[in-house]
Every structure is written in structure tokens, then in C-alpha cells.
Design a protein around this ligand. Sequence first.
Ligand SMILES: Cc1cc2nc3c(=O)[nH]c(=O)nc-3n(C[C@H](O)[C@H](O)[C@H](O)COP(=O)(O)OP(=O)(O)OC[C@H]3O[C@@H](n4cnc5c(N)ncnc54)[C@H](O)[C@@H]3O)c2cc1C
Length: 287
Amino acid sequence: MIPGPFSYYRPATVADAVKLLSTLGDEVRPLAGGHSLIPMMKLRLATPEHLVDLHGIPGLKGIRRDGDRVVIGAMTTQHDLLGSDGIAKSLPILHETALLIADPQVRYRGTIGGNVANGDPGNDMPALMMTLGASYRLEGPSGAREIAATEFYQGAYFTVLESGEILTSISIPVPPADHGYAYEKLKRKIGDYATAAAAVVLTMSGGKVATCAIGLTNLHETPLFAADAAKAVIGTSLDAAALKKAAAAAEAIMSPAADARGPVEYRKHVGGIMVTRALMRAAGRAS
Ligand SMILES: Cc1cc2nc3c(=O)[nH]c(=O)nc-3n(C[C@H](O)[C@H](O)[C@H](O)COP(=O)(O)OP(=O)(O)OC[C@H]3O[C@@H](n4cnc5c(N)ncnc54)[C@H](O)[C@@H]3O)c2cc1C
């Protein structure tokens, strides 16, 4: 399929991008890696009249340390994340997750900003950002604001982004050096979106879970922050009863779509298994 007609703009600054996005009417979209938007346009599921390409804005790309946080520019690609020693050392779960996205071609073009701003429940980064306690910087006609990843997602493809706003960077607190982590993703084949996936970041103390955060991908119309599932394992040695409780608490908030990846009950069941596996693998990595 060929996309419908559109006009193309390539601003050099965030201010110019915001101006275009807020003055070109309702049918205008930012273009990042294009690996979600262009397929949607080819299928005519998206028919923007104007595309504002963010590739000409140099300040939107890059990874930097800011005290105890890592700040990642929205136009940083999954490939850039995988090539960063800093990410591999301080945020190894981000490296692990990026490697599970699609294939090298998609990762070479696809950006972290596009992945989290898209609002697709099948995208892997949003639930991870919730698990890591990340926040997003949004810049628009009324200035800049910072919003927690846990507050960003409102429905499938529906976020708190307002007209004219773009997501410019992501700020992630660096977990303690001795933390454990795992991103468990069940997919039908290499390169597929998740049938179900779970992210876990935890710390252990004296053989017991001291802190824990859990996020879920593609198990609801938005990514999920599974607070009760995490609570169920804190203070435990992750024995079978605690794992079962965590999986049940996670399943209680899931409401996946029945689609080619399986019926609802199956997806909830494997969602619980992803939580259990991620918890066990994370605990094994914590020191
Ligand atoms: C074959 C295939 C398999 C894939 N498998 C996976 C997978 O397993 N897991 C996964 O997570 N993803 C997967 N993807 C999607 C891929 O990761 C996309 O790159 C990603 O979802 C969107 O990033 P992008 O940079 O390509 O954004 P684009 O496609 O350019 O944009 C996506 C949407 O976000 C908006 N947008 C982009 N950047 C910004 C911004 N900075 N501020 C505000 N709005 C913005 C755009 O207007 C658009 O609506 C797959 C894609 C393909 C083609």
C-alpha cells in the first residue's frame, strides 16, 4: 500500500517543530523513526496531512548522565541504546529490552521517544519506563512540563500529549548497583510484538526482597504498573507462595485483547508466568 498525500517539514529546533505542530491544524503528526507511523499510513489507518520530521533537531539525540539519573533524547534509536556502554552498565534492563524489540532494521530506525509516545500497548518501552520510575519531558506551545511515565498513558494510542506538544527526552533514575532486573517477553517468533511481557527491577537484603517494581506489556489497552504484584513479594524470599500471589495480583489487573496472539485467558495465564519468571531471574541477578 502507498500512503496518502502529505506535506513534509524538517524543522531545525524544538521551537520550530512546536510552532509547526501547533499551527498546521489537527492532521499533523511528528515523524521519528517512522516504524510505527509509516506502516499505519501505508494501511491508511493514519492519514496525516502534514509530517514534521524530528531528525533535523540535533539536541533531541543522545544519552547523558545527570547526577543520579540518565537522560535520553527522544530521537535516540534502539540501536544507539544497544551501543551505549553507559546504558549497559547502569540500566542493563534497558539494554536487555531494546534487544528484544523487532529486528536490527527496526532497531536501527526506531527511536525511544517514538516507542514511548506512540501509546501502542504492544510497545515494550512504556512498561519498562514505568518500572524504572522514568519521567518524560514534554515541550509545547505553553512551555515545558515533566510527567511520570505512570501518568502518561490513558488508552490505546491515547496519551496526555496535548496538541502541539512533543516528547523531547526521558529521565530515568539509576537503580542501585546491586539491583536485579529482568524483562521476560513471550512472542510467537523473533521480531514479533509481545503476547505478554513483564519487567522487574528489585533489590534484595538478607535473602529477602527489599524493593520491587513490576511493569506489564500488551496485557491491557495501556502498559500496566503492577503495584500490588510487587507488594506481594516485598519482605519474602520469593518462595513459591509469594510468586503465586504476585502472579495472581498481576493477572487481576490484566485485560488483554483476544487476537491472533491468543484468547484472553491464555494471555493472562502466560502474563502471570512472565511475572514469575522475571521475578526469579531478577532475584538471581541481585547481589
Ligand atoms: C516489523 C516491526 C516489528 C516491531 N516490533 C516491535 C516490538 O517487538 N516491540 C516494540 O516496542 N516495537 C516494535 N515495533 C515498533 C518500533 O519499535 C517503532 O519504531 C516504535 O514503536 C515507534 O518509534 P519510531 O521512532 O519509529 O516512531 P514513529 O513511527 O515515527 O512515530 C510513532 C508515533 O509516535 C509519534 N511520535 C514519535 N516521536 C514523537 C515525539 N518525540 N513526541 C511526540 N510524538 C512522537 C508519531 O507522531 C507517531 O504517532 C515494530 C515495528 C515493526 C515495523
